[in-house]
Design a protein. Sequence first.
Lengths: 277, 285
Amino acid sequence: MKGAASTMRAELIGLAGVVERNVYLTKRYFLWDVAFFLWTVANTLTIVFIAKGFEATGATLDVDRATTSLLIGAVIWAYLGIIFEFLTETVAWERWEGTIEYTFMAPLSRAMHLAGQGVFAIIYGLARAALLFAVVAFFFDLSLPNANFLAALLVVAVASISFIGIGMMTSVMPLISPEKGMQLGFIAQGVLLVVSGVYYPVEVLPQWMQWIATISPATYALEGARAAIMEGAGVTSMWEHVWPLIIIGVVSVPLGLWVFSRGERYAKHHGKLKRSG
Amino acid sequence: MLDTAEEITIAPVPGNGSVTAVEVVDLRKEFVRRKKRKTGFGRERKRVAALDGITFTMRKGETLAILGQNGSGKSTLVRLLSTLLLSDGGSVRIFGHDAYREHRAVRRLVNRVSVEASFFKKMSATENLSYAARFYGMAPSQTRDRIPEILERVGFPRDRLGDSMENLSRGTQQKVALARALLTSPVLLLLDEPTTGLDPRSKLEVQQFIREIRESHDATVLLCTHDLAEAETLAERIGILDAGRLIALAPADELKARYGTETLEEAFFAATGKTLEDEGEEDDE
């Protein structure tokens, strides 16, 4: 019993260590992060202006509603990008720095190692998403009197667990292909973008794509966030979006760990850990 | 220092009361290498033995040097002992623990310094060491005093504790690498060419520190090098690794006597037919 408690304590210290390291790196690369944030703001504005553009061409639509819907889509998309980026960096950054062998020979379990990376990604990603939402909403003078941001936060937080599970699967790619592995991670992100209703309702997709949408956590995160912010849906009414996310999370996290462990085993068998390409 | 290290058992050798630190039996590792010649579907591949059935033991507290050319299998051996590679045959036991089946127990006992002092370059020495320590279960309360203390021991300048690693000299970075390894109180220290590329002064300082680690921590040290003088002054026994095979393992004087030579360099040449400066083939894929 004492041994198990001691081991768990060591594991949690390791998890906190990953968060601590990311805090150090964020401080050291702060100006780069600011520059990247400005790029994200520009990108988000480009998308959100589409609603105004349609109105200018004579189309009839509720511009405020369309603008808010696109904004939510763009912010959640940017958030998802941050989660995937941090998870993929678990391997890619350490390869680049040359520290990966020291990290992988340490006694911390891979589950806690990846969880530490995920925890920081969620904290950083949520703060960044909130700031992005506020900055872009300011440009459009959006009025959201009924918005329930707490409910939106809840559904995105629950979805984050599934995002991390999927991120774990893609983060192992740089171990298998140091040169192109990180880019392969974008494939998963791209699939989620297409099928999850980021910028349009899922209902406009062909039926087979709608089936894929039902297993995408982003679908439920977007539906829940839009219901909370645009309709003012409360925390209790988020359940219809939360329960599918719990099921996807329960499947995707163990699956992500399993895929990562297979990739790690492959890398250790073929001597792929040491390369710094 | 490690809470979790208390759970790790260190098995004595039955019969003689001494402790076997490392037991390597018929260890084999192959890598797939692409041939230069192209076939219709790309380059042909061949399997190359990086380690070809090596067997040896080390007793607790011993320093063993492995001499070999680049590509002789030294780094592969270190990576197998530190659980960074999976073998293709044979076994490795570290203080009685199987390196494959009990890799987490082994990881708590082992640390390593390699030729490249790999760090997060934008982070300071203190931050890098904190990160490494957390992975071994060391809380901030345990490292707050310990890290500056250990950096001072390796001769790291106190006024540069906050400097990014990228602004430190290669010799200073290598001292921080030694501090990182020592911080987790390893009972087996794997040194893979720790002084290669250092200036003579830094080299001597690092070698002196290795002696201190061995004496003060009762650590077992496996030193892979192609520096003959370093091997002779630091190690009690010297192994010669050639093309993945351990062709000799004995104290330096015994090796010289066996091959009828005056120097270790001549003994190496007599054993392998090569000089240490000759380039072997890379041992990894």
